[in-house]
Every structure is written in structure tokens, then in C-alpha cells.
Design a protein around this ligand. Structure first.
Ligand SMILES: Nc1nc2c(ncn2[C@@H]2O[C@H](COP(=O)(O)OP(=O)(O)OP(=O)(O)O)[C@@H](O)[C@H]2O)c(=O)[nH]1
Ligand SMILES: [Mg+2]
Length: 366
């Protein structure tokens, strides 16, 4: 699973990337290179995973992970459009599963090259518009290709169906609505899947606040994006990337002490990762044992066979039954065997819909 950090120049994307990944990529102030793309893999914080590790004391532990990418904002400054994103800007984000839009809400430093930063809401609107335009361009190009040298009447059935979906998508985009808010049938979604529309991807907003603003009541510009986020059903995380980057560089004990002193229960980093997970509609199931405790990612609504397939295609092929136990029973009894003794383990078939936190063992034969 991949999430891409996007946003205007110098809004703190790389700072946040460092906070998330505990890396040390150069931020703008220290000569970040223009077309540099940073990629990092981060474990998904999950209290249940920690409980499972504590109960099983496994030789190996494998949390679920998210890949995060951060590319410098490539802005083409032309006469007509002083702030259009370059075409390259979208290459890196097309194959990501979710977009995290970083919004500058801190006051820019004196050495910043961005003279007049846009207000938070202006930043959201500008980037959103760019994303809509990018998708619209794809729709128009594809439509033109379908209709090259022939009329809609003479299209083969599959292409005619694609064209009618494209027309729906175009209408939606022209009304300035992102594709993610469309209601299409499974068939229609399939016909446009290969286009990897950017406004179809879940979007999470991050308001990057000044150091002294954390935990304070929202200023007007922040409440404005909060309202925007609520009315568009988007999640908004408020953090200070600079502090989070410093926190990410501390050792765990020091970090705990620091967060406690600041009165912070969940570090912003963890909140953001969890928001990405939620926006993607992902759930976790666990496999546990003395060899390995592992968290696996599944889409909400996927079944036991899909879960088996995550573990190994051979296991899915030889699927017999899934042994399933709710996490709560496992935790309360203090282990798999202990919970099994209380009758908490059930046998389920391929079609069983896996629930968030389920502990799953697949019985299979090859
Ligand atoms: N005060 C303050 N400054 C910040 C914060 N986050 C980032 N900055 C500063 O803003 C400047 C730009 O940060 P970057 O992380 O390089 O921003 P970016 O979005 O990656 O920039 P580009 O890659 O050039 O588009 C740096 O000088 C950071 O130190 C923050 O939360 N508070
Ligand atoms: Mg950067």
C-alpha cells in the first residue's frame, strides 16, 4: 500500500516525510534537489499487534506497513498559469493508493523563497483543481482516441460502454467534483480502472501548524479548512511537522517523555498513518504463534479466501477452512490456546468476511 505526500512548494512535505519515516532527507532549506523523490516504508502503529507480540513472545514480528513517497512539487511557471503543476508531478502519484495533501499553516521563515504563501483554503483549492484538471485531461484524451476516425455508433460494445462511463466521469469533473464521490457500478469502475485517476484516490488533509499552535484553539484559517474537510467528508489532521520530525529522531524513551510533557496521547505521526488506513478502508488481521506474529492488510469486506491469498497463493489454492478468533477473546484469555480452550475459536469457510482484528489460521493442503 502506498501513500504520496503532495502539496505546494515548501509547505513541509519533506519535513513530514522525515517525521513519518524517521529518515533524514534534506528539506528545502538545506538544498533539496528539485526532482528528488523520497520513498520510505513505515510500520502501521497498532496496539493490538503490540498485545499479540507481548502474549506470544515470537522469534519474529512483522507489523503491517505503508510505503510513503515525497516528491518535490514541480511547478511550471508560465505566463498564463503562474502556478500550474508540471506534468511530471503526477507520474509518481498515479500508482499510489492514497494522497496526503500537506497544507502550510505555519508562518513562513524569512529565508523562504515563496514570497506570498496562499491561505490554507486557497492551497487546498489550488491543488484540488490541479488534480481535477489532470483527470479531465485523461478523460478527454481517451475519449478522443476512442472516437478517432469513427462515430460513437460504430464502437464495439466494450468500448461503447467505456465511452458512456467516460462521459459520466467528465460531467462529474466539470462540476468540480472528484471522481471518488461518484457512484458507479462495479462494471463501470472496471472500465476506467486502468486510467488511475488521481481524484479517485482517497485524500487526507494535513494542516502543518506553527510550533506554538499545537493544542491551541483553531485560528480562523484553520477552522475554515476544518469546515471544508467536514463538508467534503475528508479527514484533516493537525500537526507540526517540524516538532514531529524532531520527535521521530528521539529514542523511544525520550519520545515518550517528550510527548507526555506536551500532553500528547497519540503522536501526530501515528494519527496520520491510522487516517490513511481508514481512508483506504483497510482492516488488519493477524497470524500469531511462537515463530511469528504478523499483521496483514485486507480491504474491509474481503473474505477468508482473500486473507489466505495474502499469506500465500498456495495457501489460497489449498484452502480447507479458516480457524478464526476475535481479537478480544485472544486478549482476554491471554493467548491462542487459552482462548481456544474457552471455545472462542470458530471454523469458517472461504466466504467468511474477515473482521478487523481477527486472528486467522488457515487450514490448507497442497
Ligand atoms: N515553522 C515551521 N517550519 C516548518 C514546518 N515544517 C516545515 N517547515 C520549514 O519549511 C521549509 C520547507 O520545508 P520542506 O519540508 O523542505 O518543504 P517541502 O514541501 O518538502 O518543499 P519542496 O520539496 O521544496 O516543495 C523548511 O525550512 C522547513 O524547516 C513547521 O511545522 N513549522
Ligand atoms: Mg521537499
Amino acid at each position: 500500500m502506498k501513500a504520496a505526500l503532495i502539496g505546494l512548494p515548501e509547505v513541509g512535505k519533506t519535513t513530514l516525510f522525515n517525521a513519518l519515516t524517521r529518515q533524514n532527507a534534506a528539506t528545502h532549506a538545506y538544498g533539496a534537489r528539485e526532482n528528488e523523490v523520497h520513498v520510505g516504508v513505515i510500520p502501521v502503529p497498532d496496539e493490538r499487534f503490540d498485545v499479540a507480540v507481548r502474549l506470544c513472545q515470537p522469534k519474529k514480528q512483522m507489523p503491517a506497513t505503508i510505503e510513503v513517497s515525497d516528491g518535490a512539487a514541480q511547478i511550471e511557471k508560465t505566463e498564463a498559469h503562474p502556478q500550474r503543476f508540471g506534468t511530471d508531478f503526477f507520474v509518481g502519484i498515479r500508482n499510489s493508493d492514497a494522497l496526503v495533501l500537506v497544507i502550510q499553516a505555519f508562518s513562513a521563515s524569512a529565508e523562504s523563497v515563496v514570497t506570498e504563501p496562499l491561505s490554507p483554503i486557497q492551497q487546498v483549492e489550488l491543488v484540488t483543481e490541479e488534480l481535477l484538471i489532470a483527470d479531465l485531461t485523461i478523460v478527454e484524451n481517451r475519449t478522443a482516441r476512442l472516437l478517432k476516425n469513427r462515430s460513437a455508433k460504430h464502437l464495439p460494445a466494450a468500448e461503447a460502454a467505456e465511452l458512456s462511463t467516460l462521459q459520466l466521469v467528465q460531467k462529474h469533473l466539470e462540476a468540480l467534483q472528484p471522481i471518488r464521490t461518484m457512484e458507479l457500478s462495479a462494471e463501470e469502475w472496471r472500465s476506467v480502472k486502468s486510467m488511475a485517476f488521481v481524484t479517485q484516490k482517497p485524500l487526507i488533509l494535513v494542516s502543518n501548524l506553527s510550533e506554538d499552535e499545537i493544542g491551541k484553539p483553531d485560528r480562523a484559517p484553520i477552522s475554515e479548512i476544518q469546515r471544508y474537510a467536514s463538508s467534503n467528508h475528508l479527514e484533516l489532521i493537525k500537526l507540526c511537522a517540524k516538532i514531529d520530525m524532531e520527535v521521530a529522531q528521539m529514542d523511544p524513551a525520550e519520545e515518550m517523555e517528550f510527548l507526555e510533557a506536551m500532553g500528547i496521547k497519540t503522536p501526530a505521526r501515528d494519527q496520520l498513518i491510522q487516517a490513511i488506513y481508514r481512508a483506504l478502508g483497510y482492516i488488519s488481521f493477524f497470524t500469531v504463534g511462537s515463530d511469528e506474529v504478523r499483521a496483514w492488510t485486507l480491504r474491509r469486506g474481503e473474505n477468508a479466501l482473500a486473507a489466505a491469498g495474502k499469506i500465500h497463493s498456495d495457501i489460497a489454492r489449498g484452502f480447507i477452512r479458516a480457524e478464526v478468533m476475535p481479537f478480544q477473546a485472544f486478549r482476554q484469555a491471554g493467548g491462542w490456546e487459552e482462548a481456544k480452550a474457552t471455545g472462542a475459536m470458530r471454523l469458517e469457510g472461504k466466504e467468511y468476511i474477515v473482521q478487523d482484528g481477527d486472528i486467522v489460521h488457515i487450514r490448507f493442503k497442497i
